[in-house]
Ligand binder design. Structure first.
Ligand SMILES: CC(C)(COP(=O)(O)OP(=O)(O)OC[C@H]1O[C@@H](n2cnc3c(N)ncnc32)[C@H](O)[C@@H]1OP(=O)(O)O)[C@@H](O)C(=O)NCCC(=O)NCCS
Length: 157
């Protein structure tokens, strides 16, 4: 577990009883969440301060590929590095699950993800397992930008 020393925010997986709080955060941040099941939440990381969930980021894993979705930070906590830390925590989880490539769709946060190494990709170039996700099929309109990042495993010590 990592601790963001600036705002005392901690990062981990979703704990039992927190599902609803995560969905409410996504709704408050204007992100679709109707397709998110308890099963999908197993691959989410959250940022919490005390008992409050202040951020989330989710993965949908398909073999060696993953869709990064539902990256959200509560309004009062933005622009303090929480979003970046959430994406980094999600990437560590992805690596631990054997993921080599992450894809995402975004309408509003291309620059945020670009700063984290995500580059534009043709939507059709995403692997079939990613294109089959609900987000690719229907949640994100065709105007969303598709971004891709290859994950490099940590160098051997
Ligand atoms: C996008 C979002 C998750 C960013 O969270 P955050 O905690 O504010 O991000 P950070 O503070 O970690 O920002 C990291 C960097 O990205 C920049 N950044 C943050 N939001 C940005 C945005 N919307 N556009 C461009 N750059 C952005 C920050 O300035 C920072 O740059 P720096 O390191 O040079 O200072 C947050 O604004 C949010 O929840 N938005 C609503 C939901 C959303 O649109 N999610 C993305 C959909 S996939």
């Amino acid at each position: 577990m990592d601790i963001d020393k600036i705002v005392g925010v901690m990062y981990s997986g979703v704990r039992p009883g927190e599902d609803q709080q995560v969905l409410e955060l996504l709704a408050a941040c204007g992100l679709g969440h109707g397709d998110i099941t308890a099963q999908k939440l197993r691959h989410f990381v959250v940022a919490r301060r005390g008992e409050e969930i202040v951020g989330a980021a989710g993965l949908e894993i398909s073999g060696g590929d993953a869709l990064l979705r539902s990256v959200a930070v509560a309004e009062g906590y933005r622009r303090r590095g929480v979003g970046r830390s959430l994406v980094e925590a999600a990437e560590r989880h992805a690596l631990s699950m054997g993921v080599a490539h992450i894809y995402l769709l975004t309408l509003t946060a291309e620059a945020f993800f670009a700063a984290l190494g995500y580059r534009p990709a043709e939507r059709d170039s995403a692997p079939a397992g990613i294109r089959r996700t609900t987000e690719f099929q229907c949640c994100c309109p065709d105007t969303a930008v598709c971004l891709h990042k290859p994950l490099a495993p940590p160098a051997a010590q």
